[in-house]
Design a protein around this ligand. Structure first.
Ligand code: MTE
Ligand code: MO
Length: 414
């Protein structure tokens, strides 16, 4: 039997929080199925905990709304128990509030730039005529678990759910670029999407990749997600998919792909999504954007979550308990997931689930029998094939990126 602290109970259209306030139920009805979905880490800022609500965007199941305009909605941990995240449970992240509904029939993708041999405009049918590739890959915000940094750092105060894993289908970005031909002196490929700022002072989200990453076999201009057209909120009709790299590069509602011969110096490259040089063990570098002090965040760091039982659940002393979760990294492959029940003094190896591909979530599970009644803290730690592992404390950095702290779940053994 599993019970949860901070349980939300549906009470006639309102969700009563065991710890205090009353939340308005989202349209579409937050029934008892929502119980436990709104688990929020106690490490999150008090304001975030007080204001976060379950809310249902059109076409989505309830997600945890952190901000409404621009929409920033994370997946409850309970949605992250499988290797593939369903489209209606996939998180939503936008920097800017002007998000047009793009029509498939009139959508155009502009390809060119001074680093290309020409310019071309294609529609969705033309994109779909290029050879089709599919890859299962984790789309994870660089700032996932930013809200757990102490002291808190500015930015959306994400808990655990600014990520998901889907099967992405589309054309290779390389094949799209080959339609115009890259010049030898191209250094970066720049991406812009249809959304933009409402007020002029917020710069439009424009991102770039080094050419070597842009033309890698797995980098796609994707138009399908888990066998369906991309949901509006996840980039309809097409988005950039960069397996292994954090989602900041995965530009949605893509409208232009431009090759440039000098490093792109837009705000979201030059000033945002950067980390101090040398503090994270990232292998992939974005050299044309590096300075002596900072570098763009690139790869997804090795990570794992315990997704069941939920934090605060009760389990029976002397009974077999299954603990399970997910693990992922930037594409080096997970070698092991280990569980500690003694604050990291000793570790037990968990069993890895099916491997949907090196860029995807991989499930893991472990069975054990808790002997002693009382609080039981379990820690999960993943290690990948190049020997990278998780930290016990967050590595401080100004914007709270790359949080891969080994997660602790505390259970009540009764
Ligand atoms: N057009 C557009 N694409 C975007 C963004 C955005 O604000 N606009 N945000 C990026 C960031 S930072 C993240 S984390 C992912 C989130 O992808 P999702 O909303 O499909 O979950 O989209 C990326 N692509
Ligand atoms: Mo992000």
């Amino acid at each position: 039997m599993i019970t949860r602290r901070g349980l939300f109970e549906a009470a006639g259209g309102a969700l009563a929080f065991a710890g205090g306030g009353v939340l308005t139920a989202p349209a579409g009805g937050a029934g008892s199925t929502n119980s436990g979905l709104l688990w929020l880490s106690p490490l999150l800022p008090a304001g975030t905990r007080a204001n976060a609500v379950l809310d249902t965007l059109p076409g989505k199941k309830p997600l945890i709304r952190l901000t409404g305009r621009a929409p920033n909605y994370e997946a409850p941990l309970a949605y992250l128990r499988t290797a593939i995240t369903p489209n209606d449970e996939f998180f939503v992240r936008y920097h800017l509030a002007d998000i047009p509904e793009v029509a498939a029939g009139t959508w155009k993708l502009n390809i060119g730039g001074e680093g290309a041999n020409g310019n071309l405009q294609i529609g969705l049918d033309e994109l779909k005529r290029l050879p089709v590739f599919e890859v299962a890959a984790v789309c994870q915000c660089s700032g996932n678990r930013r809200g757990l940094f102490q002291p808190h750092v500015p930015g959306v105060q994400w808990g655990h759910g600014a990520m998901g894993c889907a099967r992405w289908k589309g054309a290779k970005l390389k094949d799209v670029l080959d339609l115009v031909g890259l010049r030898k002196d191209a250094v970066e490929v720049v991406f812009d999407g249809a959304d933009g700022p409402v007020l002029d002072k917020t710069p439009d989200l424009v991102k770039s990749l080094p050419v070597w990453k842009a033309i890698e076999e797995t980098t796609l201009v994707a138009y399908e997600m888990n066998g369906e057209p991309l949901p509006h909120w996840n980039g309809f009709p097409a988005r950039i998919v960069v397996p292994g790299w954090t989602a900041t590069y995965w530009v949605k509602h893509i409208t232009s792909i431009t090759a440039v011969t000098r490093p792109f110096d837009g705000y979201w490259m030059k000033s945002a999504y950067r980390i101090p040089v040398g503090i994270f063990p990232l292998v992939a570098r974005f050299i044309s954007q590096e300075t002596a002090a900072t570098t763009p965040v690139t790869e997804i760091v090795v990570n794992s979550f315990i997704t069941s039982p939920a934090d605060g659940a009760s389990i029976d002393a002397g009974g077999r308990t299954a603990i399970s979760g997910i693990t992922w990294d930037g594409g080096y492959g997970i070698r092991s997931v280990e569980i500690s029940a003694d604050d990291g003094k000793s570790w037990m190896e968990a069993a890895l689930g099916e491997d949907p591909g090196k860029f995807a979530f991989r499930t893991w599970s472990h069975e054990f029998t808790p002997e002693r009644r009382g609080k039981l803290a379990l820690i999960a730690r993943a290690t990948n094939w190049i020997g990278q592992t998780q930290t016990r404390e967050p590595i401080p950095n100004p914007a709270g990126y790359c949080n891969n702290v080994a997660q602790t779940v505390t259970l009540d053994v009764v």
